[in-house]
Design a protein around this ligand. Structure first.
Ligand code: SF4
Length: 318
């Protein structure tokens, strides 16, 4: 795949391999499978009988170039992995190639990696040793095409991550998200992003506007960014400027954890706000009216100041 993409919610696409095997009804008209066949690659099918296509060293170096450009411009870029595979598939070739992915992600801090899978139950065993609570530049995602597959959202959420997303494309049935976001999970709505879309390949199964309206309204309720990619249909997918719902386009993007504010509570009720670009503000509890200090420093330095300040006030931990 090239460095640029027609997928509106990402800047780049990257694949650790080409090839996969279908796992659910959302795969029925898999775009990547059709593309692979058109290019003459027989890489769709079970691991026992079907190879995967590996990509060149020069291809694997492309994200380093995107990262350098993003750093020079001071603008983070999103990378969707993978448009031609499922990065979490259990296939010997995919498993081997995945080993190169984590060092690449660590080497590209200006890229926000969107790792999408229909196999979220496998993620935990595939993460690198230093994953911890997640990487600042990784957003883990899973596909939810119908209520039956909302279980993937729970499986995804069982894995620690600083950011998550749901790809509800192709949406095949009305799939309320309310129970997931309000019920059994802790309220971490600021970590999420929802992307919707109808099916657009030949034989597309139609989507109802009401399905999208439901997600639009649920996301508004929980403050979750909502992106409606296309309404679906073939050959007219009603994408881009035609993905209009009740006279509006919905193209919200989430804040990267790498840009998100962190807050330390001081023992005297003041708070320290900082972002990962190294900007820090020390403020009173009433953030609106009184900024007590401002500076640029590393997180380690800010943390030390917070700890020392709290210790001087009686040792309340930040
Ligand atoms: S999991 Fe994704 S890449 Fe694999 S067959 Fe299904 S839609 Fe295609």
């Amino acid at each position: 795949m090239s460095a640029t993409t027609g997928i509106e919610w990402t800047h780049h696409t990257f694949n650790i391999v080409w090839g996969c095997v279908r796992v659910s009804p959302g795969c029925e008209h898999c775009y990547a499978e059709g593309q692979s066949k058109r290019y003459g690659h027989a890489v769709w099918g079970p691991a026992k009988t079907t190879p995967r296509r590996v990509l060149s060293a020069s291809y694997w170096n492309e994200p380093l170039r995107w990262n350098a450009k993003a750093a020079a411009a001071g603008e983070r870029k999103r990378v969707f992995c993978g448009s031609m595979c499922d990065w979490a598939e259990d296939h010997p070739t995919t498993n081997a190639e995945r080993e190169k992915l984590w060092p690449l992600i660590r080497a590209t801090p200006w890229l926000d990696w969107l790792l999408l899978t229909k196999r979220p139950e496998r993620i935990a065993q595939l993460l690198p040793e230093d994953w911890g609570e997640g990487y600042l530049n990784v957003r883990l995602g899973t596909s939810v095409e119908s209520p039956e597959y909302l279980k993937r959202a729970y499986e995804l959420h069982a894995v620690p991550s600083l950011a998550y997303f749901l790809s509800c494309e192709p949406m095949l049935a009305s799939t309320p998200l309310r129970m997931f976001f309000s019920g059994r999970v802790r309220p971490d709505w600021d970590k999420w992003w929802v992307i919707d879309g109808g099916e657009s390949q030949a034989g597309a199964r139609p989507a109802e506007l009401e399905w999208f309206r439901l997600h639009r309204d649920e996301c508004a309720e929980y403050g979750i960014p909502y992106f409606l990619k296309q309404l679906g249909g073939h050959p007219d997918s009603r994408a881009h400027e035609r993905a209009v719902l009740d006279h509006l386009r919905h193209v919200d993007f989430p804040v990267s954890p790498a840009n998100a504010w962190v807050v330390y509570q001081l023992a005297d009720d003041r708070e320290v706000y900082g972002d990962n670009a190294g900007r820090w503000i020390i403020t009173t509890a009433d953030f609106e009216t009184e900024i007590a200090g401002f500076g640029i420093m590393s997180e380690a330095v800010a943390r030390r100041i917070v700890d020392e300040h709290n210790a001087s006030l009686g040792g309340v931990p930040a």
